[in-house]
Design a protein around this ligand. Structure first.
Ligand code: GLA
Length: 347
């Protein structure tokens, strides 16, 4: 049990999804890396039944009275995540601390997912939870704080990242398989525009997938031959994206594992086209940035990453090929840096 005066410091990375977007909430496949941009939470347990946190990203501090309730009415909005995580943990004793972030906000690199994970590790540093349990807890907290029925990709990526590796996530059985990143290629990220998933058509896409599943059964098990009963054009194209994207993830893992960067890149580009045309979550700015990357010598493939509607584009490229973008490194997942206990149980 934690006691007043106990200190903790945790870190949780953001993520870039190499391929496999809008597949997680139907139990599909995704291939993210945890990136070398992170959220750090430091603080101390207190006797007062209140969590107080400052943030270097928001001048308004979060002050959440415990036990946390009325989550969606709390201001500032980032404090809702604090309250939702505290409620999931059943936290009753207070905490006084700070949040520092190098993950750009609203860029599709999962600043919110990383914040949730960092908060869960900091506020639950003595809870006896596996990484998978933390991911599920954070997903529930995310949904309670925002009302958006998001999948589990962001939390799993932040918790299960591995230095030098992508991680193949199966979002149905919640298994994680490390995929070494090949030598001779780098992953670059270009920021295009700010967006938030809350208020975007994300929920509409989730609903469309579930409507398609009512007709043809689980999309994660479907092949192209199973789509013909979908008479609604929109449901058909949403389902086609999911089915083809799951297959692209499988093939991309093979390409990366065998060092076939050309194939891996082509699959990433095909993923962008599917997200643009079938899933309709791209924007003209994201499309233009992808085109520019694809016309750059040494680029194997490019795509939007994350939910879309704005955010970032990424490319798989020869080292040094793209000069006006940020090269990301794949790093280890979230950890308790000091204080607390128990966070190294296997998933
Ligand atoms: C957001 C959600 C994730 C996932 C991606 C799209 O990041 O939080 O759960 O659905 O969009 O792949």
């Amino acid at each position: 049990m934690s006691a007043a005066g106990d200190r903790v410091e945790v870190r949780a990375p953001g993520r870039v999804n190499l391929i496999g977007d809008h597949t997680d909430y139907t139990g599909g496949l995704a291939l993210p890396i945890a990136i070398d941009r992170q959220i750090v939470v430091r603080g101390v347990d207190t006797d007062e039944p209140v969590i107080t946190l400052t943030s270097d990203q928001d001048s308004t501090q979060a002050s959440v009275r415990l036990p946390a309730a009325g989550i969606t009415d709390i201001d500032p909005p980032w404090a809702r995540r604090v309250a939702a995580v505290a409620a999931e943990l059943g936290r009753e004793n207070g905490f006084d601390g700070s949040v520092e972030s190098t993950v750009p906000i609203g860029a599709g690199l999962s600043s919110s997912g990383a914040l949730g994970v960092a908060l869960a590790l900091a506020l639950g540093a003595d809870a006896d939870l596996s990484r998978l349990e933390v991911a599920l807890l954070c997903q529930r907290a995310q949904q309670a704080a925002t009302g958006v029925p998001a999948g589990i990709l962001d939390e799993m990526a932040s918790l299960h990242g591995l230095d030098g590796h992508a991680v193949l996530l199966d979002c149905h059985d919640l298994t994680v398989e490390p995929v070494p990143l090949p030598e001779g290629a780098e992953i670059v990220v270009k920021y295009i525009s700010h967006r938030t998933v809350a208020g975007s058509p994300y929920s509409d896409r989730v609903a469309a997938c579930h409507a398609a599943e009512e007709v043809i059964g689980p999309l994660r098990l479907a092949g192209m031959e199973d789509l013909s009963p979908l008479s609604d054009r929109v449901l058909l194209s949403r389902a086609r994206h999911v089915v083809t994207e799951n297959e692209r993830v499988r093939q991309c893992v093979e390409g990366l594992s065998s060092g076939d960067l050309k194939t891996a890149g082509q699959l990433m580009t095909a993923s962008h086209i599917s997200l643009r045309d079938d899933y309709e979550v791209s924007t003209p700015e994201l499309d233009a940035a992808v085109e520019t990357l694809l016309s750059t010598p040494g680029v194997y493939g490019a795509r939007l990453t994350g939910a879309g509607f704005g955010g970032c584009v990424i490319a798989l490229a020869e080292p040094g090929a793209v000069t006006d973008a940020w090269v990301v490194r794949a790093v280890d997942g979230a950890e308790v840096v000091s204080g607390g206990s128990n966070y190294y149980r296997a998933p």
